[in-house]
Design a protein around this ligand. Sequence first.
Ligand code: TXA
Ligand code: MG
Length: 339
Amino acid sequence: MTLRLTFEDKNLQCAAGIIKKGGLVAFPTETIYGLGCDAANSDAVRRLYEVKGRPCDNPLIIHIHHRDEAARYAHISAKMKHMMNVFWGKDGGGALTFIAPLSSHAPVCAGALAGRKTIALRLPLHEGARRFIKLAQCALAAPSANISGRLSPSSHHAVLAQLDGHIDAIMMENTSTLYGIESTILDMTQDPPLRLRMGALDDEILRHHLGEMECYEDKAQENINLSSGLFGAHYAPLCALRLEARTCHKNEAGLSFGDNIVQGAHPHMNLSKTGDVREAGRNLYEMLRLLDAQKPAAIAVAPIPHQGMGQVINERLHRAAMTKTMAKKMAKTMAKSNA
Ligand code: TXA
Ligand code: MG
């Protein structure tokens, strides 16, 4: 059974106790819900990979409760220190994950890092999440609280729809998460730093503070294996997605954006009636989930401008759409080879 807990002190203590005993607890952050366990406990980490169905060569993000903790886990360059000061405020955090060289005494098991000598570190902005991590008295290895490859969860409903009964507890909030999109990942082991995953924090703001920064997409041709979770199909609902749609085909659901309405769709939702890309980001995964639950033939998604968060939404949608295209291609190839 999965224990449902709200953010009261006694519940936080209870959730922290579950982590100490090696359990798995889902919790909200400002980006999406994470599925946390003690990063130093290799049995707990193994179970976490199993529950998610995640390939064990895909490392996890390590979540800490305070900026001062970072030095226990990673070697921090002057540039990273500067960025931590800017984006991980003194008492808070931010939707930015750093990749840095692993410190030799870091209390993290090799499994959580998939054997790498670098570590992904994140300090959530979400105050409740930080209190929870502090009470657990360890860093939490916490990937998104979904089955690998499926939609990331921005509400507790989304987590429970995929993982109820398979995890020990969930810390719940009634509202959806603040950004609804994963953190931005910045690799500080490279100079200039390399933005790996685009996410809740804008490239422009990062570039403003870094001066020079490279982006993963621009280096993709070099075919570098930087981060296993960054390629290919991901973030997918169960049904197919059809992008840049203006009208609906038979039995399709529609997902509009502002005045870009998918005509004739039922069921139908609008990511942001006012055409605000931030609001659209916040709604993206939850609306895809709700439409998917109606079992449409596909979800037709209206064009979304490629600015700011719109760029991130488009990237996630393309990767989600890829899943079904790949599955179709594979089915065709198999049918041919069986013929
Ligand atoms: O917003 C977020 O970042 C959420 C919340 C829960 O914090 N977490 C999240 O975790 O999105 P996950 O596991 O779904 O995505 C983490 C990504 C994966 O693509 C993984 O490959 C990459 O981070 N990653 C982790 N450690 C890495 C490392 N040492 N080097 C390069 N990439 C790494
Ligand atoms: Mg994920």
